[in-house]
Design a protein. Structure first.
Ligand code: ADP
Ligand code: ZN
Ligand code: ZN
Length: 718
């Protein structure tokens, strides 16, 4: 009887199991973490070896053989695979899909990739002589040699000839070395914060709470310097592509070429190069968005999560991981220092700090003089708005522009208006596929659904009564922009939203104009609220704060507090501003206790109130949640599935089930959505229950006719 080796492989398929294959008999060596190409049904898939090969008996002939071994060594260090296995189990997601999400596209597709080696090409003595003795007609070669001397590239043919003649020599460039530029002298507050952050080496989590402009980034740079000096690597996570270039540039200015970037704005090849550079220790610092948390660090010593409260750290579809939480897992196994930075920490993080699990370090003041602006409410019951602008807000803009300041108006909605209404019968343009209204995008001349992407031409007359008076109601960024242009002719008004700035480089160009003070008023959605540093900005106006006050989303008030604080933080960053900074917030609810508390006592006070409310309601961080979502052809099917799922839930008193209930937006993209909420005060109990339960859910009859998913630690319940 011949013995064959078999090996378990994780494949990118939605099944939570590994698949066994025969090891090729050609002597290929296999180890966990190596990519292999295997037959799967009629397809060929790229998978990752998960366990060491083991000997199987005769029946292993039933397993198909591996087609191709793609790597000679694991694609990443062992703790990388460990972290992915942990994540697969914690988020209840198939390991093969987790791996696929963690690998750069080119590796996932099975291509052979290596770090591009840079060669240093130099003239030899013979080459230098040749440069002067080459006959005049060899001008092409002469020019090429000249180019080498000047450090520019040689074309392939000239390079070959020059190498053959011994005119040039080629050596691999040594890996880049960090250069450490001098930073500013720390303020007293920064020095004591830094001392606190440095206090214990190794895995410790610190919350660095400081308003925008208080000098947090400078402390990140100092800690990175420590890590580099100790020969270790640094991961810097940042919530948005838009902010990555700015942060990368700051790290590069300090540390030079050892800083690599990683975000979805980069091409696949560049991303793979950054990934490999981290693995090969050629890059020592990686600055990137969410998925940078999966980089194969060889020797991680420091993890920084900037704007740690930001919801975009949570992946909202497929493998629904939270990059901040995974960063902690990676830091722990590498015994790395962690700093979570924010002006408005997530309630989870604050709770951990209050419980003493995280060190709480504060930077209370802005660097040098730039005082924090005072925010005031404008009661729009009193001062009605026109196209989103109340008279006091418009007058304030005027005042700031005349004084040489810059203004930013924040509005949380794209398009021209969220509603198209018939004046006569009150018909409202609905999305045929969702429980939602269509937004009017006047610039494009369309009605668009912001939930499913449905697009239609605006009707000329009311489909319900035939009336001719269809009016846009409410306001989006486009409308506010138009109103500003009418009110301030001759001023440059620019709108910042994804509709306009999708094209690569457009945002950067516009930001340059803002910095050069060629823009007077910025109108923007979410993308303007975060991190950007606008030194001349003196006025921030919030067009409408009310939506969040009445939202059913349990995080709405936390988000509102964060958002208003962040937007307000854009104003008055420079002490040299020609006019004192102001923040004005329009609302119909000037007496709303949460809004009043936020303005009077700040985000910290609001957070304390919200933490108490969450505790009373049994919501995070006092409890841990998981959400089973389902989409079906109709409500009956969706709820029947959830009822069946509930019926097979292992009975445990430590996990509560809520539902089935329709999703807050029940119909979306033509499908009925429902959900079942699980909550527990014990994370391990919730994990145990999920592990026992989900295989039963996956085996329910009719499960293939629906779309379902589990979301562990959901950031919203929609
Ligand atoms: P944050 O990250 O909290 O928003 P930054 O670190 O970006 O704050 O600091 C705000 C501004 O102050 C930046 O322009 C930065 O270069 C500058 N800055 C930070 N620390 C100092 C310091 N110790 N001395 C002088 N300028 C500083
Ligand atoms: Zn009508
Ligand atoms: Zn829709």
């Amino acid at each position: 009887m011949t013995m064959l080796d078999i090996v378990s492989v994780a494949l990118p398929v939605p099944l939570s199991q590994l698949f066994d294959y025969q090891v090729p008999t050609d002597g290929s060596l296999l180890a966990p973490g190596m990519r292999v190409e295997v037959p799967f049904g009629a397809r060929r898939l790229i998978g990752l070896v998960i366990e060491w090969p083991r000997q199987g008996a005769e029946e292993v002939r039933l397993y198909k053989p591996i087609q191709k071994v793609l790597d000679a060594a694991p694609v990443a260090p062992a703790d990388w695979l460990e972290a992915l296995r942990w994540a697969a189990s914690y988020y209840q997601h198939p390991l093969g899909e987790v791996i696929a999400a963690a690998l750069p596209v080119v590796l996932r597709e099975g291509r052979a990739v290596g770090l591009v080696q840079r060669h240093l090409i130099q003239l030899t003595d013979t080459g230098r002589t040749a440069l002067h003795t080459l006959p005049a007609r060899s001008h092409r070669l002469r020019r090429a040699l000249q180019a080498v001397e000047e450090g520019t590239r040689l074309d392939a043919a000239s390079r070959r000839r020059a190498l053959a003649e011994g005119w040039v020599s080629e050596t691999l460039t040594p890996p880049p070395q960090p250069v450490i530029a001098q930073g500013p002298e720390l303020t007293a507050a920064q020095s004591s914060a830094l001392a606190a952050l440095r206090e214990t080496p190794g895995f410790v989590v610190s919350l660095l709470e400081g308003v925008t402009g208080s000098g947090k980034t400078e402390l990140y740079l100092r800690l990175a310097e420590d890590a580099l000096a100790a020969g270790r690597q640094v991961l810097v996570l940042c919530p948005e592509i838009g902010l990555t270039p700015q942060l990368t540039a700051r790290f590069r200015a300090r540390f030079g070429p050892v800083v690599a970037g990683f975000h979805s704005g980069m091409g696949d090849a560049d991303r793979a190069q950054s990934w490999l550079a981290i693995r090969e220790k050629q890059a020592r610092i990686l600055v990137g968005t969410r998925s940078a948390v999966f980089a194969p660090f060889a020797n991680l010593g420091l993890v920084i999560v900037d704007e740690e409260h930001d919801a975009s750290y949570k992946q909202q579809e497929g493998f629904r991981y939270h990059a901040r939480d995974l960063a902690l897992v990676r830091a722990k196994s590498a015994n790395a220092v962690v700093v979570l930075g924010s002006a408005t920490p997530a309630l989870e993080t604050l709770a951990n700090a209050k419980a003493g699990r995280y060190r709480h370090v504060r930077l209370d003041e802005r660097i040098a003089g730039a005082a924090e602006p005072v925010a005031q409410l404008i009661d729009v019951n009193h001062y009605p708005t026109q196209h989103g602008l109340s008279e006091p807000l418009a007058a304030a803009i005027e005042r700031h522009l005349v004084a040489g300041g810059q203004a930013l108006l924040f509005i949380n909605r794209r398009g021209y208006a969220p509603t198209l209404l018939c004046d006569a019968c009150h018909w409202i343009a609905p999305c045929p596929r969702c429980d939602a209204r269509l937004n009017l995008h006047r610039g494009e001349g369309v009605l668009r659904c912001h939930h499913c992407g449905y697009v239609a031409r605006p009707p000329r007359e009311c489909p319900s009564c035939g009336g001719k008076s269809l009016v846009p109601v409410g306001e989006g960024a486009e409308r506010v922009e138009e109103a500003l242009k009418n009110r301030f002719p001759g001023r440059r008004i620019e709108r910042f939203d994804t509709d306009r700035l999708r094209a690569a480089g457009k945002l950067e160009a516009l930001l340059d104009d803002v910095h050069a003070r060629r823009v007077d008023v910025l109108v923007g959605t979410q993308m303007l609220a975060k991190g950007h540093d606008f030194p001349a900005l003196s006025l921030v106006g919030v067009v409408n704060a009310d939506q969040a006050l009445f939202s059913s989303d349990f995080r709405a008030l936390e988000r509102l507090g964060q958002l208003l604080t962040q937007v307000a933080g854009r104003a008055g960053r420079s002490a040299a501003s020609p006019i004192a900074a102001e923040v004005l917030i329009q609302t119909r609810e000037p007496k709303h206790p949460n809004l009043v508390a936020l303005l009077r006592d700040g985000y910290g006070a609001l957070a304390n109130t919200l933490l108490r409310e969450r505790a009373d309601a049994g919501m995070p961080p006092s409890a841990h949640l998981a959400l089973l979502r389902v989409e079906a052809a109709d409500r009956g099917k969706a709820e029947a599935f959830l009822s069946a799922a509930k019926a097979v839930f292992p009975s445990t008193r430590s996990v509560q089930l809520l539902g089935p209930a329709p999703a807050p937006m029940e119909r979306r993209d033509g499908r009925a959505r429902a959900q079942l909420l699980l909550s527990s005060t014990s994370r391990p109990a919730l994990q145990r229950a999920l592990s026992a339960w989900l295989p039963l859910v996956a085996a329910l009859p009719g499960v293939r006719q629906l779309r379902w998913s589990i979301d562990v630690d959901p950031v919203d319940l929609f």
